[in-house]
Design a protein around this ligand. Structure first.
Ligand SMILES: Cc1cc2nc3c(=O)[nH]c(=O)nc-3n(C[C@H](O)[C@H](O)[C@H](O)COP(=O)(O)OP(=O)(O)OC[C@H]3O[C@@H](n4cnc5c(N)ncnc54)[C@H](O)[C@@H]3O)c2cc1C
Length: 477
C-alpha cells in the first residue's frame, strides 16, 4: 500500500503522539508509525515514557512509597499495623496494567482524532516531488508518502563501554522496572534523576542500595542548597551515595556483579563492591537506528542527536525532529511541547517552545522540582538577584501531613524583581512547581506571587511565603 499524507510522524512517544494528535486537530491528514512491541507482539504506543520510563517508574514509586509508609510512617498518626509483606509480583502486575491503560489510551486518542497508526519501524526511502517517501516494516509493512515528516524516535539507555545490558544482572531502566525479586544488594551507577528514582524504589522495598556517581557534586543539575538537603534526606533513608567515583571494571561474579572503582575523595586505592544486581543509569543516547537518516542527508551531531534550529526544523525541507532525539533536556513534557509547536507550524500557525521555562522534577521522597536558573548560574552570569526561602516545617498543611522536610526557594532579579528561578524540595514539589512555571511564563515578579491569595492551609502557601521572603517579609516565619 502507498498512501499520501500531510504529515508522517515517526515514533509514538510523548513527542510523536502528541504532535500527531495536534496536527490532526488542525485538519491535517496524519499517519504515525511506531515500532514498540508489547506483550504478545501487540503495538504499545507511548514510547519510552509510557513503556519503560515516566509511567512505570511512577507506578513503582507510588507502590513503594505506600510500603515505606506502612513500615515507618503510620505510627506518628496513631495507627499501628503489623509489618507489611510485599507481593512484588502483584506490584509489578499493577505497574504493567497502568502501562497498558496508557498504551490503550493513546490508541483510543489516535482513533478519536483520525490519526492513522502503523505498527512497525519506519525509515526514509527517498525524497519525492510532494515530500518524502517512508518505508514502514512489518507488521504494518507499507509505504507512506507525506509532505512533512516529524522524527520523534527518542533515545536509548547508554551502556558502560564493554558492559552490555543483560537485563538479568546488569540492568537498564527496562530491567530495573521489572526485577522479579527484591535484591539484597543493589548497585546503581549514576546518581542522576533516573538513578535516584529507581534506587529509591528498591531501597524502600528493602534492598541495600549503593549509588556510584562520577561527578564530585551530588545532583549537580539542581540548585546547590536543594542538592545538599536532598543528599541529607536520601542518606537518612539509607541510600549509600558515593561521589567522584571512577569505574574501573564491571564483571559478573558468583553472587551477582563485581564493580571495581576508585574514589576521587576519601581513601585512595581501588575498591570493590559486590552486588546482586546493578542498574547502569549514566544517561541516554539519541536514537536514529534504522532510520536511514544518513542516506537522505539528515544532519546528525557528534552526540548522535538530529541537528535542529529553534523551531525543530532539520536541514532537510519538510523534515522536523522533536524530543529526546534532538538537543535540550530529555523530558517527556519538553518532547510534547516541541511536538505541539511543530504541528502548529506545519499547519501555518506560530508554534513556539520556551526552553527556559521547562520544569525538572525528581519524584523521590522528598520530591525535588525546579524551573529557571540556579543561584550558581545567576552568580556565574553576573546577574544581580535576591533570594527568598521558606521551610515546609513552618507550613501548617505540611505539619498536619507530617511531611516537613525541605523548603521553597525563589530567585528574582535585584532591580526588576522578575522571577528567575524557583527551586523546591519537599512534599508536592512536582505539583507546586506549576505555579512557578506559570509565573515565569508570564514574566511575573516575586511581588506578583506575594500579592496573590493562596488557599489555607495548603502547601502552595510555602511558594507565596518564599516570594514574600525575597522582600524579607515572610508572615509565618
Ligand atoms: C526510567 C525513566 C523515567 C523517566 N521519567 C520521566 C519523568 O518522570 N518525566 C519526564 O518528563 N521524563 C521522564 N523520562 C524521560 C522520558 O521518558 C523521555 O524524555 C521521553 O520518553 C522522550 O519522548 P520521545 O517522544 O522523544 O521519545 P520516546 O518516548 O523514546 O519514544 C520514541 C518512540 O519511537 C519509536 N521508534 C524509534 N525509532 C523508530 C522508527 N525508526 N520507526 C518507528 N518507531 C520508532 C520507539 O519505539 C518509541 O516508541 C524518564 C525516562 C526513563 C528511562
Amino acid at each position: 500500500m502507498s498512501e499520501e499524507f500531510d504529515l508522517a510522524v515517526i515514533g509514538a512517544g510523548p513527542g510523536g503522539y502528541i504532535a500527531a494528535i495536534r496536527a490532526a486537530q488542525l485538519g491535517l491528514r496524519v499517519v504515525c508509525a511506531d515500532a514498540w512491541t508489547g506483550a504478545g507482539g501487540a503495538a504499545a504506543p507511548g514510547g519510552t515514557c509510557t513503556n519503560v520510563g515516566c509511567i512505570p517508574s511512577k507506578a513503582l514509586l507510588q507502590s513503594s512509597e505506600y510500603a515505606a509508609l506502612a513500615q515507618h510512617g503510620l505510627g506518628e498518626h496513631g495507627i499501628t499495623v503489623s509489618a507489611p509483606t510485599i507481593d512484588l509480583a502483584r506490584m509489578l502486575a499493577r505497574k504493567d496494567t497502568v502501562v497498558r491503560q496508557n498504551n490503550e489510551g493513546i490508541s483510543y486518542l489516535f482513533k478519536k482524532n483520525k490519526v492513522q497508526f502503523l505498527h512497525g519501524r519506519a525509515a526514509f526511502r527517498a525524497r519525492v516531488a510532494q515530500g518524502w517517501e517512508l518505508a514502514v516494516a512489518a507488521p504494518a509493512a507499507s509505504t507512506v508518502r507525506a509532505r512533512n515528516v516529524i522524527v520523534a524516535t527518542g533515545s536509548n539507555p547508554r551502556a558502560l563501554p564493554g558492559v552490555p545490558f543483560d537485563e538479568d544482572r546488569i540492568l537498564s531502566n527496562a530491567g530495573a522496572l521489572a526485577m522479579d525479586r527484591v535484591p539484597g544488594t543493589l548497585g546503581v551507577i549514576g546518581a542522576g534523576v533516573i538513578g535516584l528514582e529507581l534506587g529509591s524504589v528498591w531501597r524502600r522495598l528493602g534492598a541495600e542500595v549503593t549509588l556510584l556517581e562520577a561527578l564530585p557534586n551530588f545532583l549537580g543539575v539542581a540548585d546547590e542548597q536543594i542538592a545538599r538537603e536532598a543528599h541529607k534526606a536520601f542518606t537518612r533513608q539509607g541510600l549509600r551515595i558515593l561521589l567522584g567515583v571512577q569505574i574501573e571494571e564491571v564483571r559478573s561474579s558468583k553472587s551477582g556483579v563485581l564493580v571495581r572503582y576508585r574514589e576521587a575523595l576519601g581513601e585512595q586505592g581501588q575498591k570493590a563492591l559486590e552486588v546482586e544486581r546493578l542498574i547502569v543509569s549514566i544517561g541516554r543516547v539519541p536514537n536514529t537506528d534504522g532510520l536511514q537518516a544518513q542516506a537522505v542527508g539528515l544532519e546528525i551531531d557528534a552526540r548522535g542527536a538530529i541537528v535542529v534550529d529553534e523551531h525543530c526544523a532539520t536541514n532537510l525541507p519538510g523534515v522536523w525532529a522533536v524530543g529526546d532525539v534532538v538537543r535540550g533536556p530529555m523530558l517527556a513534557h519538553k518532547a510534547e511541547e516541541e511536538g505541539v509547536a511543530v504541528a502548529e507550524r506545519i499547519a501555518g500557525h506560530a508554534g513556539h517552545v520556551d526552553l527556559a521555562t521547562i520544569p525538572s522534577v525528581v519524584y523521590t521522597d522528598p520530591e525535588i522540582a525546579w524551573v529557571g536558573q540556579t543561584e550558581a548560574q545567576l552568580t556565574a552570569s553576573g546577574r544581580a538577584f535576591r533570594s527568598g526561602s521558606f521551610p515546609f516545617a513552618a507550613n501548617g498543611r505540611a505539619r498536619a501531613a507530617g511531611h516537613t522536610t525541605g523548603f521553597v526557594k525563589m530567585l528574582a532579579d535585584a532591580s526588576t524583581d522578575e522571577i528567575l528561578g524557583v527551586h523546591i524540595i519537599g512534599p508536592g514539589a512536582s505539583e507546586l512547581i506549576s505555579e512557578a512555571v506559570v509565573a515565569m511564563s508570564f514574566r511575573a515578579s516575586s511581588e506578583d506571587i506575594a500579592r496573590i491569595c493562596h488557599a489555607h492551609p495548603t502547601l502552595s502557601e510555602a511558594v507565596r511565603e518564599a516570594a514574600l521572603a525575597v522582600d524579607k517579609r515572610t508572615l509565618n516565619l
